[in-house]
Design a protein around this ligand. Structure first.
Ligand code: HEM
Length: 184
């Protein structure tokens, strides 16, 4: 299926920006807790911050299902012909990696929480049913996985945003506008 429009659909645009806000908020809160708070000094405040991190981040798991369905049924606009084949390949590979991270981050987060004996709550409303029991050996695997992936995705997001700004301000093409508008 081909997209003949130069713009993403309104639904795709909303999904992109809402998920960007949620994902970046979850990232910043997780990074703050993981690197600037400790149970010894901050006590229950750290617990509250991690709980906030989880309640926000689990929403990504639900939205990514809708997003993948929408992306599959409503293809993205073509990249500009001014881009070399190598740049187009890099852009597609980057986007694929971002989709993989939208799944990998909440999945490793939930596995980390469950295997450490804690819940995976959603918007302070309900908990995702536990798929694994408390398991210290699994914690040793999924904890570093979640942390290292979070650093990788942090770099990926910075690169993604820098590329979008380069398209807009240096190449002066339609790439950033395709995610914000419907018409010229
Ligand atoms: C949108 C998805 C997510 C993102 C972007 C994300 C990002 C992060 C980041 C950046 C950190 C700090 C890493 C570090 O120590 O440097 C972190 C830690 C953590 N994350 Fe996530 N995370 C996500 C989903 C989840 C989910 C769904 C859960 C559990 C239900 C979770 C549980 C945790 C826990 C328990 C920590 C450790 C916090 C601490 O030690 O203070 N994460 N996450």
């Amino acid at each position: 299926m081909q997209n003949n429009s130069a713009y993403y659909t309104r639904t795709a645009q909303w999904l992109h920006w809402i998920m960007a806000i949620i994902f970046i908020a979850a990232w910043v809160i997780g990074f703050y807790s993981g690197n600037f708070l400790s149970y010894d000094v901050d006590g229950s405040f750290k617990g509250q911050v991690i709980t906030l991190h989880k309640n926000i981040a689990t929403v990504i798991l639900f939205l990514v299902v809708v997003r993948i369905f929408w992306r599959y049924t409503h293809p993205a606009p073509e990249l500009p012909n001014t881009m070399s084949p190598a740049m187009k390949f890099a852009a597609h590979a980057g986007h694929l990696l971002l989709y993989i991270m939208l799944i990998a981050m909440p999945v490793t987060g939930c596995l980390y929480s469950w295997s450490a004996g804690h819940p995976a709550p959603v918007l302070y409303l309900f908990e995702i049913p536990r798929l694994v029991q408390e398991n210290p050996e699994l914690v040793e695997i999924v904890k570093p996985l979640h942390v290292y992936l979070s650093w990788g995705v942090g770099l990926l997001i910075v690169g993604h945003a820098a590329a979008a700004l380069k398209h807009h301000f240096i190449d002066k093409d339609n790439v950033l506008r395709s995610m914000t508008r419907q018409k010229d």
